[in-house]
Write a protein that binds this ligand. Sequence first.
Ligand code: ZN
Length: 415
Amino acid sequence: MAARRQALRLAARALEQRLNGDTRDHVGPELPCPCGGSAQYHGRHGKTFESVLGPLHLQRAYYHCEQCESGFCPRDRALGLESFSLTPGVLRMTASAAARVSFEESSELLHELAGVEVSAKQVERAAEALGAEIAAEEHRQVERRGERAPTMYLGMDGTGVPMRPQEVADRTGKQADGSAKSREAKLVTIWTAEARDEEGKPVRDPGSITYSAAIETAATVDTSPDLSDFAARVQREASRRGFSEAPRQVVLGDGAPWIWNTAMELFPQATQILDRFHVKEHLSQVGKVIYGDGPEGQPWIQARYDELDEGRLKSLVEALHAHASQYKEARDCMGYIWKNRRRMRYPKFDQQGFCTSTGVVEAGCKVVIDTRLKRAGMHWTVKGANAIIALRCCKLSGRFEDFWERRSDQRKAAA
Ligand SMILES: [Zn+2]
């Protein structure tokens, strides 16, 4: 560690000397200002930047515009040093860390692994700014990337994100007094499952999964010709993946009405499947309400699973009906199965070679949202949460590399 520290320090001094010895960024007494006015040269200004070599103290030509009362350094633009006193290399490391762990942990990791000093507050600001850039770009980048498969799967799900009090002040929620503590983040995920296991059952293709998510509405006014914000997100992700052009399209979800409304509106031709993983979880909960947490309920639960797998929905409903007068959960479950019966024809779906019990949808929310945003002591603003969700989706979908390349190219072209 000491040797590395010393080597980095030497390299930093050499780079500093080279950059500070080059004064070609002084390009005359004035420069045009972005506001339309004219900026005057005001000498060389010093500033310390955190780089992958550690701190760099740079002297740069400074131009000040009286009309808009602001100033700029042409070299900062040329080198991409305009973000939070971090060089692009450190900014990228910061984003990678903050996509995975909390701002505090990111700061610690950057110090420990890279010997780079970025405070938790700096991590937060930089990661949220970059996430906001990614979120804005996501709205524009809709051309298809990557391969299309004969069968494509699209899943939707939602999960609550804990909010700061002022973000939910005027919203109704699930708390006892009718107030809300969280907002729902909605997720769309697309994947393929062309691979087969030893029994010939479809298996999710590694690396085929992509995500897009945000805290936003899935509801529209009936008279509005526009898609809801979330439906528009689903459509963008579908065009990036070529979902609508796939010969066979499958939409998977749990029982939430907004999922099936969105599916009907965007992909009326797609096969709708209620994620079997989710239905079984539901049945297991009902079994535990009736028989308690002990082993007595297991045979009952297993019998319901078998009925579900074999497509005997009538006897499944009858078994629930036997407990309906006593347990509200059993009644609710009957309604849930009846409403979704067409999405639960599992033997037929098996025959068609469709994936029905993947848990991909369920895991999607956990992987993308819960593990990063639902941790002890975390409370978000909608803006902050959506920025980090965008950063995380980009990273987990394997799109960060491309994003970073495009960003660098744009900055070079602008400078
Ligand atoms: Zn100006």
